[in-house]
Write a protein that binds this ligand. Structure first.
Ligand code: SF4
Length: 449
């Protein structure tokens, strides 16, 4: 594993040793800024040494930390960052492998095994399942609780009664605080470790969470429902970081966040990056905040892919999900993007809203056909990728709260088949999420397993 550490830490001599485990492979884990922030923030304390483990192969007989090769069972605390529903199985398998599962399920921690805790994006969706498979679930942001977290870990390792601990620390999940996530006013999430291997998706790229929260209220979206208010990474601090990156010869920046285009003076900011010879890309872009100038800036930054999520194909469906997109303007932007050098367009769509109404799929088919025609510009070959996912009603979203459940597998398969048959001949690439996987996500998110 080849990686660049912007800050190096001594991994010995501290009172408490925590292993930060990302319950999936290295490529996913290293791109997770929550996991990266946890590692950096704890190593900067006087109390805690933090090391890392990625579960590339959970069945390996030698699960040990990257930093000092210490065995997993020799850590005081194992802390999972969990973002995807299906990763819960990796956590369960790990607990089984070391015979820790029963005592965790019974909430019987004792010093003969590590304390098991977890936090991460899934705590905004289903903290209960995380609470079930850990001693404690840390819910919400981490930036504003570091000192309190150190106190909590000390108390928990001293075996203070669980009820007392839950009463003392309001960032731990318990039945009384469901739906109340800790929110930090400041964002401090950025890469401290930069992967250098070429097969890593974000190789040589510095990631920074430019914005957190989203002012839109798309009815199906957990981010819009749970992460507000919208906050931005401090500009002065970004300038300081850019100075360090220049010295380290890092030029690629990944700008993370759902509403990054609402960053104050975003165009000036992007122009400044270009003047300083940085290249940037975005994790996602909201269509309504996109304009010709942003496209030009992306092209200047040598980005040839545009990834957007119209989600549905017409106004009727937009009303249903509360996501208003001006479709004629969206089509103009796509045309402009292709004319100006964007070579790959990836669009995300959702289907499977109503059992007896196929407007969802036919609206997508019509819109994709139109887009496919619009982007055919002589001399500008464009790769169109259409990603189609069943809608998964997730807790804490307005869609879920309106008592929507997931359609049965048979209906989803039928809708998928129609989509495939009608779109296959257009020449675009179709990517379907597996329906079994979507149903499993739904069941885990909703405590149905
Ligand atoms: S714009 Fe995106 S992040 Fe914001 S609420 Fe809608 S789907 Fe969620």
């Amino acid at each position: 594993m080849n990686e660049l550490l912007l800050s190096k830490y001594l991994h010995f001599g501290k009172k408490i040793n925590i292993l930060a485990v990302y319950p999936n492979n290295y490529n996913l884990g290293i791109a997770n800024l929550g996991h990266q922030f946890f590692y950096r923030a704890l190593n900067e304390t006087n109390l805690i040494n933090c090391e890392r483990l990625y579960l590339n192969n959970i069945f390996s007989n030698n699960l040990c930390s990257i930093e000092t090769k210490k065995k997993i069972q020799n850590f005081d605390v194992i802390a999972f960052s969990i973002c995807y529903e299906l990763d819960i199985f990796n956590i369960i398998n790990l607990l089984k492998k070391y015979n820790w599962l029963d005592s965790v399920l019974q909430k019987k921690y004792s010093n003969n095994r590590p304390l098991i805790i977890a936090g991460g994006a899934l705590t905004f969706i289903n903290p209960e399942i995380i609470n079930k498979y850990t001693d404690y679930a840390v819910i919400g942001d981490f930036e504003n609780i570091i000192a309190k977290f150190c106190e909590f870990i000390t108390d928990a390792l001293e075996n203070i009664k669980r009820a007392e601990i839950l009463k003392k620390y309001n960032f731990l999940f318990n039945e009384d605080n469901a739906g109340k996530w800790n929110t930090s006013a400041e964002i401090d999430a950025y890469s401290n470790i930069i992967p250098l291997d070429k097969n890593c998706e974000f190789d040589n790229t510095f990631l920074i969470e430019l914005a957190r929260g989203c002012p839109n209220n798309c009815s199906f979206c957990n981010t819009g429902a749970t992460r507000n208010p919208l906050r931005f990474f401090d500009r002065q601090k970004i300038n300081e970081i850019l100075n360090i990156l220049r010295l380290r010869n890092i030029q690629k920046l990944g700008l993370i966040g759902s509403a990054v285009l609402l960053y104050p003076n975003i165009k000036n900011f992007l122009n400044d990056l270009l003047k300083q010879n940085f290249q940037f890309s975005f994790s996602s872009l909201t269509i309504n905040h996109l304009d010709f100038e942003i496209i030009e800036l992306l092209v200047k930054s040598q980005q040839n892919t545009l990834t957007l999520a119209p989600e549905v194909g017409n106004e009727k469906m937009q009303k249903l999900i509360n996501k208003k997109i001006n479709i004629p303007k969206f089509l103009e932007i796509l045309k402009f993007a292709v004319s100006n050098g964007i070579k790959r367009i990836k669009l995300y769509f959702l289907y499977g809203f109503e059992e007896n109404d196929n407007d969802d799929i036919f609206a997508i088919i019509e819109l994709v056909k139109e887009i496919n025609e619009i982007i055919k510009i002589k001399g500008k070959p464009t790769n169109l990728i259409i990603s189609l996912n069943p809608i998964i009603p997730k807790p804490n979203t307005p869609y879920h709260q309106s008592n929507k459940t997931m359609l049965p597998k048979k209906i989803l398969e039928r809708k998928k088949k129609i989509l495939r048959n009608r779109l296959i001949n257009l020449g675009c690439r179709l990517e379907f999420m597996s329906i079994n996987e979507a149903l499993l996500q739904y069941r885990i998110a909703n405590n149905l397993i």
